[in-house]
Design a protein. Structure first.
Length: 585
């Protein structure tokens, strides 16, 4: 049987296939669904990478977006099979139960940290969407669906009993088999999936155009948008990777506010709302007597996904005033694929989860992008999005914005912000200025980023070893690296030990860089020696990692103990450290 486009694309992703077929499949689906830029850093944390994983192959927690994904993976060698084994879907009942309620002392080490993070995020009311996935490469089936329905019931019951204050508004168990993966892949590739033709009666408008594009600005009815959503749902969001975020019952939540306005103050909806940008294959404005109509072919919502989804999910009496709701809309048509990609890229910034968008024009980011022109094999965008294709076409040289921010924060003594609160770096001026300032150079970015990447790669190598092949020290090191937040904590500890490593007084840690402006790949290779020399001391950091890095006192004490061990072993590691220091400016 020939491969589908998505499975063929996955086979071409060497970075994902390096994790194994089943794990690569899960990571590919995760990247397509949520538009994740740095899938390697996600894999370093989210994969449970152990045989005793209680049926949890992947546990992904994104507090900023309010998302938990629990996944089980399966890859069939024989693609002619008609369906995936339903018992593996049933295993997700076990996975959810262990993850949410299992005695953490009895959980295997690969799951302890994941379970603690999931429970903390739920207890802190930071999660709105709980996804349970069965990922495989075969056709979807009714047998699996039946099992997944039971998983939803199990998970719902556990959350109501144990996390009654959590505002989880959506528990979705999905079979992401061949068809669903193909749909995600197609959505990421094609700006417009909904290709039907529509005729709208509009109150008026105006047209503006440029080189190979034109747009018509008008207003559309809230009723039309709801009907559109009811018929097509997330297919409407094909130009917007992250789609519709869901509703949290909070006055500060955008979507809840949209629903409230539509229900209680429909006449003012137009003036309160930012409106929509809708991509079309073609549109025609025509007059019929006194009435004006807009004929459109194809609909893809670039901006306004939250508005469309919010109105689309109104039900019952909440829909009574939708005919009064008017929404500002511009319909865009473009004949050039290159310009089209840019339109999608630069319009797709309204989603509030992309805090980096607000910094892309910052003078520091502009300067860094210029400096990176002198660094080989390095693609740094400084908050500028790569567009919808980033989820399916990996840039091997990309330094993802969030990973850079995490590495810099951790290197400069903020491991908690690096791991738990990355969003604050981009959103809060004071935090941003402490990470990105006139001291931040491209060379230093490479220095800190490559340290984090090297640790991630060492963890991956240890994870791939058969347990019988690991030495006792390697088992202890892997136990530490499996703790969530451990990588950020180790970056901090190594950064604090730089004077021991280099044998020099470091007046300003921001000045550290490799003197030859080497590529991030070469930089990561240079870090291997010092990291492997220091890994035996990670047990000094375990206590702080067990607390999710939230106790500054415990972090400081743990790092000081690590530093002491680094100082005590300088002579033994002098050759390794000397070789490393010879590359520094």
């Amino acid at each position: 049987m020939s491969l589908t486009s998505s499975l063929a694309a996955l086979q071409g992703r060497d970075d994902l296939m390096a994790y194994g077929a089943d794990k690569g499949l899960m990571l590919f689906a995760l990247q397509l669904q949520f538009g994740i830029q740095d899938i390697d850093s996600v894999a370093a944390v989210a994969l449970t990478d152990g045989s005793n994983d209680k049926k949890c192959d992947l546990v992904y927690v994104d507090r900023d977006s309010g998302i938990i994904v629990l996944a089980q993976g399966y890859c069939a060698q024989d693609l002619s099979k008609k369906e995936a084994p339903a018992n593996k879907a049933s295993d997700l009942n076990t996975a959810a139960t262990w993850l949410l309620t299992g005695d953490t002392e009895k959980l295997p080490e690969v799951l302890q940290s994941a379970a603690l993070e999931v429970r903390d995020a739920l207890a802190q009311d930071q999660i709105t969407n709980f996804y349970i996935w069965y990922n495989h490469n075969l056709p979807e089936s009714d047998n699996v669906k039946s099992e997944l329905d039971q998983v939803v019931a199990t998970t719902s019951g556990i959350l109501k009993t144990n996390f009654s204050r959590a505002s989880v508004t959506s528990i979705v168990a999905q079979e992401i088999g061949r068809s669903r993966l193909e749909e995600l892949y197609r959505r990421a590739q094609a700006p417009i999936i909904v290709s039907q033709e529509f005729t709208l009666k509009v109150p008026g408008g105006f047209e503006i155009g440029g080189d190979k594009w034109k747009a018509y600005c008008t207003s559309v009815s809230g009723r039309w948008l709801r009907d559109l959503w009811q018929d097509h749902q997330l297919d409407l969001m094909s130009p917007n990777v992250r789609g519709y975020l869901g509703i949290v019952r909070s006055e500060r939540n955008i979507n809840y506010g949209i629903k409230t306005t539509a229900r209680e103050n429909p006449a003012r909806f137009w003036i309160y709302n930012n409106g929509l940008t809708i991509l079309t294959n073609k549109y025609v404005v025509r007059q019929d007597g006194a009435d004006l109509y807009l004929d459109i072919s194809g609909v893809g919502v670039i901006n306004g996904g939250q508005t469309t989804g919010s109105l689309g999910t109104l039900n019952g009496s909440d829909t009574e005033n939708l005919d009064e709701v008017q929404v500002m809309a511009r319909f865009v048509s473009c004949s050039d694929p290159g310009v089209l990609g840019e339109i999608v890229k630069y319009n797709n910034t309204q989603n509030k989860v992309e805090a980096t968008d607000f910094r892309s024009k910052d003078p520091v980011q502009e300067r860094l992008r210029t400096e990176f022109a002198d660094i080989p094999e390095a693609d740094y965008r400084g908050g500028r999005r790569g567009g919808i294709r980033d989820a399916i076409e990996r840039s091997k040289n990309l330094l993802p914005d969030n990973t850079v921010a995490q590495a810099l924060a951790a290197f400069h003594g903020k491991p908690n912000i690096a791991y738990n609160e990355t969003r604050r770096i981009w959103e809060e001026d004071a935090v941003y200025a402490s990470i990105f300032s006139e001291k931040t150079t491209a060379g230093h970015v490479v220095f800190a980023f490559s340290l984090q990447r090297a640790i991630e790669e060492i963890k991956r190598d240890l994870s791939r070893m058969d347990d019988s092949e690991r030495t006792a020290p390697q088992r202890r090191q892997l136990t530490f690296l499996r703790k969530r937040g451990s990588i950020s904590l180790l970056v901090t500890a190594i950064a604090e030990s730089m004077e021991s490593i280099t044998g020099n007084v470091i007046a300003d840690r921001w000045s550290l860089a490799f003197r030859d402006n080497c590529s991030p790949k070469i930089a990561a290779e240079r870090w291997n020696g010092p990291i492997l020399a220091l890994l035996p001391f990670v047990n000094q950091l375990s206590g702080a990692a067990d607390n999710d890095l939230k106790s500054n006192d415990r972090v400081r004490e743990a790092v000081e103990r690590f530093q002491s061990m680094a100082e005590a072993t300088v002579e033994a590691n002098s050759q390794i450290y000397g070789e490393f220091a010879s590359h520094l400016s």
